[in-house]
Each structure stands twice: as structure tokens, then as C-alpha cells.
Design a protein around this ligand. Structure first.
Ligand code: GLC
Length: 427
């Protein structure tokens, strides 16, 4: 199968200039019609590690197998870290791997994989009618040059977890601004010096970019505006200083600079922190039996939320394109979304599922989440997002860990981004 040429960095982000013939994608895949009727076919589904009950996923796969005779679905998981999964896919798909058929992709990779010709267009699965149920941000992320390359599986948005009991002790409402959060964390720490004030994701990886964008956007700043890099602003400097300030003031442990989602959740779930920034999946686990914070947590809006999520795509080199599509249709149905929400706290990308009575009655249901998801801001949708992110990860990490003042880190990142985007000279 023909692979697209590699573009130079200079033309990066000039999405309209990309000449990729969509017809090339999946051009060699129309084989094996009616595979379900013949010998037993093995369909391999790859996804990131799922915290919680693996049996619930197996239950879903069993349901698919029962409805599609002759098919065996094998699921294999990758590490939960988004960057590590990305590395796996780039290496394997670049090498034309066909031993997995369906993949759960982070929102930020879909246009990159589509442009590279690694995933099949899936327009047939996203008719006009089907589209209206999904959050608009999730649809933008799966669309590349007017075609759908993945189907939204679940949606994510950064949220704030707060200990209801500790807020009550200081007589405070859940904080709505970074200043209110700092104030509440300080007061709780005065009463409970053994607790951390606030834990979040500060490791040098994609999650740090999601966290930092919430400070940047929440302060009215941005990274790129109308195609221009606007990262090196005084607003953004204050935003990064606020992040660094948590550690400097001792409200966040220095180990946050090594934390991804799960380590932060473990600290919070053990009852060792007053506040946590994380994705909604954590709530189901915090509410589990045996959790030290069960029924003690309130989930609220951050000053700004980054939109995340994972969507299902089909390997362009799959030997079972039709079965793979059928599987994606099943796994992204309202029925599957409900199981995923109840078992793992994966938030449905379909709005209608939030009206389901069983979902609303579940102890891990987060009221107001559809509004938070609807208002969450996507990271730039471009095939070059990962290149941008690597630049941001390096400099945000330097600022958060105190290696460089925020102003210097932002200036360095802005310069590298301008170079990547081919912008000339200072603004
Ligand atoms: C979550 C989000 C994803 C994001 C990742 C960063 O998995 O859904 O979009 O990139 O966290 O760690």
C-alpha cells in the first residue's frame, strides 16, 4: 500500500496544503467478504490499559461474538500512558503491521494517523443522523479532510475532585477559580498538615500539556490564535507560575513532576490529598467499595477543561475490514457506551446515554458532566499535533519542575513552535 510522503517541518500545520488522496487509504482491503460465514476469524482489538473490572470488557466482547458467529475477539492492552501507546502505534503501523484490526486512539492522533494512511475511512458508520448524538468536539477530532476516520468511543474532560468532608470542615463551597482552590487547599492544610493540598499530572508527557492548557485557557491565554503562536504572553507566564506555585508553596508534592493519571488517583483514593485534577474515569474507582474516599468526593468544573477521549479506528491493513467495522459499530453503540460508563466510568460520547435511568441512578454518575464535556476545549486538530506537544511537554515540564522560569520556558517553546509552523520573526 502506498504511504504518503513525509512533509518538511516548514510546511507543518498548513493542513490545507497537504495533498493526500483519500482513496489511497485502505485501497488494498476489500477482501474476505462474509468472513463471518467461513472459518473462525480472530479479530484483535488494541486499547490502553483499563483500570477497574476487565471482566466487564470481556462481557461486551462476548456479546459481540454471540451476535457474530465465527468470530473470536481478542483484546490486548497497551500501557495507559498516551505517549507510550502513540510510540507503539507509530512503530508498528509504519511497519505495516496487520496483526491488530481495531484500535482505540487518543483524540489527538486521529488526523495524524489518517494522513499517514494507517487507518480506514469510516464514513459509513457516521451518517448525518448518527452524528447528531455525539458531542461536536469529538466529531471534529475524528474528521480529517472531510472524512471520518474513527468513531467516538468515550469522551474525557479535565475535572476537579474535591473532598466534600474537608470542604465542610473549613465551611467552603467547591472552588471555582485557581485562587479559590489555592485558598481552600491552604486552609485544609492548616488543619491537616499530613495531607497534600492538590495532586495533578506533572510528568513530562501529554497529560502535563492537558493540565497546563487548563491554566492557560482558564486565564484567557492560548497557544495559537488564528494561526499565530501567542504562547509567550504575560497571561501564560502567570498561568505557568500558578502551576509552579503549588509546588513552591508545598501544597503539591514535588513528586507531582513524575505523576500521570493513575499515581495521582492512588494518592487521592488513599485519602492523602484534599483536591485532585483528573479525568472522569477516576470517579467510578473512588466510589468503589474499600476506597478511603467513597461518598466523600464532589466532582466539579475546572476554570477551563481540556477535551480528551478515545475513539475507535480500523487498521488500514486489516485482513477483516468488514468485521472490524461491525465491531466498531457495536462498541460505539449506545448500549456499549452504557456498559463502559457503568463499569469503568468512561463517559459516553453520545449525549443521549446521559438520559438513561440506570446511568443517572449509578453512584458514580457525575451530574453536570455533559455540560462540562460540551464546554471542554479541544487541543489543536492537526496531523502535527504530536510535534507541537513534544515542544510544549519539554518546556512546561522545565517550568513546573523549576528548571527554568516560566517566561524563559514559554519563550523557548514559542520559538520552537514558530519554527515548526514556519512563522517568520517576532510577532
Ligand atoms: C486522557 C485523555 C486523552 C489525553 C490523555 C493525556 O486519556 O482522554 O485525550 O491525551 O489523558 O494523559
Amino acid at each position: 500500500m502506498q504511504r504518503p510522503f513525509h512533509m518538511t517541518l516548514h510546511s507543518a500545520l498548513v493542513v490545507s496544503a497537504v495533498t493526500w488522496v483519500a482513496a489511497n487509504v485502505g485501497g488494498c482491503t476489500h477482501r474476505g467478504e462474509d468472513e463471518a460465514q467461513t472459518a473462525r476469524v480472530r479479530l484483535v482489538f488494541k486499547h490502553g490499559k483499563i483500570a477497574g473490572r476487565p471482566d466487564a470488557l470481556r462481557g461486551l466482547l462476548d456479546r459481540f461474538e454471540a451476535s457474530t458467529p465465527g468470530v473470536e475477539v481478542v483484546e490486548t492492552s497497551l500501557p495507559s500512558d498516551s505517549d507510550e501507546q502513540h510510540r507503539f502505534y507509530v512503530i508498528n503501523l509504519e511497519g505495516g503491521a496487520s496483526e491488530f484490526d481495531v484500535m482505540a486512539l487518543d483524540v489527538i492522533w486521529i488526523s495524524e494517523f489518517a494522513r499517514a494512511g494507517w487507518i480506514r475511512p469510516l464514513d459509513a458508520l457516521l451518517s448525518e443522523d448518527a452524528r447528531s448524538d455525539f458531542f461536536p468536539g469529538t466529531l471534529d477530532a475524528v474528521t480529517f479532510e472531510g472524512r471520518a476516520y474513527a468513531v467516538p468511543w468515550f469522551a474525557d474532560a479535565g475535572v476537579l475532585y474535591a473532598r466534600r468532608d474537608l470542604l465542610a470542615e473549613i465551611g467552603a463551597e467547591p472552588p471555582r477559580t485557581w485562587a479559590e482552590l489555592r485558598n481552600a487547599a491552604r486552609r485544609i492544610r492548616d488543619l491537616h498538615p499530613e495531607l497534600h493540598g492538590f495532586v495533578w499530572q506533572g510528568k513530562q508527557y501529554e497529560g502535563l500539556v492537558c493540565n497546563a492548557l487548563e491554566y492557560i485557557w482558564g486565564s484567557g491565554g492560548d497557544v495559537i490564535d488564528e494561526g499565530r503562536v501567542v504562547l509567550d504572553s504575560s497571561t501564560n507566564e502567570i498561568a505557568l507560575q500558578t502551576m509552579r506555585g503549588w509546588i513552591e508553596e508545598g501544597l503539591t508534592p514535588p513528586s507531582v513532576t513524575t505523576m500521570t493519571e493513575e499515581p495521582a488517583r492512588h494518592v487521592f483514593q488513599a485519602g492523602r490529598a484534599a483536591f485532585m485534577r483528573n479525568w472522569p474515569y477516576a470517579y467510578t474507582l473512588l466510589q468503589q467499595e474499600g476506597s478511603a474516599v467513597r461518598d466523600k468526593v464532589v466532582v466539579t468544573r475546572l476554570p477551563a477543561a481540556t477535551l480528551g477521549g478515545w475513539h475507535l479506528a480500523v487498521n488500514a491493513d486489516t485482513r477483516h475490514p468488514e468485521l472490524a467495522e461491525r465491531f466498531v459499530r457495536f462498541m460505539t453503540s449506545a448500549e456499549a457506551a452504557k456498559t463502559l460508563a457503568l463499569s469503568f466510568g468512561y463517559q459516553p460520547a453520545r449525549r443521549s446515554v446521559y438520559d438513561d435511568a440506570e446511568i443517572r441512578a449509578n453512584s458514580a454518575f457525575i451530574p453536570g458532566l455533559p455540560d462540562i464535556l460540551g464546554a471542554a476545549r479541544p487541543r489543536p486538530v492537526t496531523p502535527y499535533y504530536l510535534m507541537m506537544s513534544k515542544i510544549l511537554q519539554l518546556e512546561f515540564s522545565a517550568a513546573v519542575s523549576g528548571l527554568r522560569p516560566p517566561k524563559v520556558a514559554l519563550a523557548r517553546a514559542a520559538e520552537a513552535l514558530r519554527h515548526l509552523m514556519g512563522e517568520e520573526g517576532p510577532r
